[in-house]
Design a protein around this ligand. Sequence first.
Ligand code: ATP
Ligand code: MG
Length: 357
Amino acid sequence: MSIVVENLCKSFGLHTVLDGISETFPGQSISVLLGASGCGKSTTLRCIAGLEKPTSGRIRLGERVVYQDAPFRSIPVEKRQVGMVFQSYAIWPHMTVFQNVGLPLRAARRPREEIVRRVRDALAMVGLDSFAERSATQLSGGQQQRVALARCIVSEAEFILMDEPLSNLDAKLRIAMRSEIRELQRRLGRTVLFVTHDQEEAMSIADTIFLFRAGRILQSGPPQATYEQPATRYAAEFLGRANILQEFEWCGEGRQAPFVRLRDGTQFPVSPESGFSPGKALCIRPEKWRIADGTEDRRGLPGTITRVSYTGDRCEYAIETPAGVISAVELTGRNRGTGDSVTLSVAPADIKLVSTD
Ligand SMILES: Nc1ncnc2c1ncn2[C@@H]1O[C@H](COP(=O)(O)OP(=O)(O)OP(=O)(O)O)[C@@H](O)[C@H]1O
Ligand SMILES: [Mg+2]
């Protein structure tokens, strides 16, 4: 069951925070709302949850309209049946960890043995099995966040909304919880909206990424497709690292093999299907460059390595070229160092055209 928002707008005073979002977040999968701080991700989630009243628009959870401006209809938060894990964890200070996690099951009047079993399972999943009897106030921020996650795990809510649910966990646990959340979604088939500003987290957890910018959704799609084919320069740079080349001549029309010519004369063949229009830039991901020793080969971009950073399995280089400083990544094994001369080339299909806004 999908979540559909239609022309969702939200302003605080004169400040427009959501600028008419129309989108379908697919059912039984994880949609990640990704974007820079202040772009409206939490506001979107809060509107869907019923914690914030939209200025206008319509929101559907499955078949049910939970909000619309005309004729006015707004279902209160507790009747929307959504599970929530928010930045500020809503956990009850007067209850133990066990009681907090078991809350949705007690509300659903489940038998005692079932509650015990499911709460234990959920606590084990988030690594809090030995904390069941602890008072919820005696927990660190990250532990409280895990209590909220465990409560979502046991809840039977069809829709789960998570706002940076992993932000207070240490790096190792954060990575482990990513796969737990994916696993949970697969097993239980819930519809999950997950907010983050961390692109790596987004890539690893999403079925579909929705990239926000200033109250609008810029682009959406599966992580790999979105990374490989960003629509704009902003999307390219937000979703990873990108070399953006703006000064080039497009030599594409009416030829068998179109190519681009950089200012220094270097030519790169491009795919015939990469549509060019004025105002577009070339986008090349660092790992797409092929690096050859020396600069004798005249069919690529000559350069000199000015910086090497070694990350274990990969080497990242900054390479000074006539087209500016290029960043390139290759798997380790070659022993390149600063000062080395190299020639860069790239497969035609790996040169993407992006709009510059
Ligand atoms: N209650 C409020 N009153 C006034 N402005 C608000 C309110 N809540 C949010 N805003 C503003 O709306 C904008 C979007 O906020 P929102 O919390 O949705 O951003 P976000 O994308 O979740 O950012 P972050 O990644 O920092 O959490 C921000 O400029 C914020 O200051
Ligand atoms: Mg937020």
